[in-house]
Write a new protein. Sequence first.
Length: 262
Amino acid sequence: MTAPVALHAEIAGPDDAPPLLMGGSLGTTLAMWDPQVAELSVRHRLVRFDHRGHGGSPVPDGPYTIAQLGQDVLALMDRLGLARAAYCGLSIGGMVGQWLAINAPERIDRLVLICTSAYLPPAEGWHERAAAVRAAGTPEVVADAVLARWFTPGYAEGHPEVVARYRAMIASSPADGYAGCCEAIAAMDLRDGLPGITAATLVIAGRQDPSIPPEHGARIADAVPGARLEVLDPGAHLASVERADAVTPLIADHLATLGAMP
């Protein structure tokens, strides 16, 4: 495995508060968590980060693996002096969260998994998307198709400025980074490790999510001991944006018993 990269991160909240790491969706930057910052940073040291190949983080040559993205997060925790933290991730961010909880259980205290999966075939679809993005030199070639899955039609129609913001976010992602993360999803299968997760886990799914339908979240919740599933209706893939009214308090409530970290 190649060495971890130094992830770009932004921190909000008190230095002595329990830490919460937040990893976003494929094709986004840490700004996708803007709707959560004000509320969650009151009681937590909120660490939002860009995955490798995204935003302000380095863009190493691909393909990537979910294990590499997870090792990047562990290196970030080490750099910040975080022995343990809660973790919240959406889509590929949730895949990284599962990897962390499976492979570094001593580092993850609470886990929130939003609109994500432990296994998302067919691999060929992800390889085709990666190839299209590399050939075009930009993820803009897939932006419209992706956005059609991120928000429910009613929300998209009523919030054109939000759709435009996230289209620009996808289009500005480095092609190699976006494609490398597509290949990480193609190779991912975390199902066997789910029963060994010890972190208290909340799974959130969107009833109208065509990218990762709610049955994926149900399978995770069924496999992780003691996990709880919440299905939002309405809700599509980027539920933390469209349904911030529900997602933010669900995260806060799940973390409410989180004590001070060493």
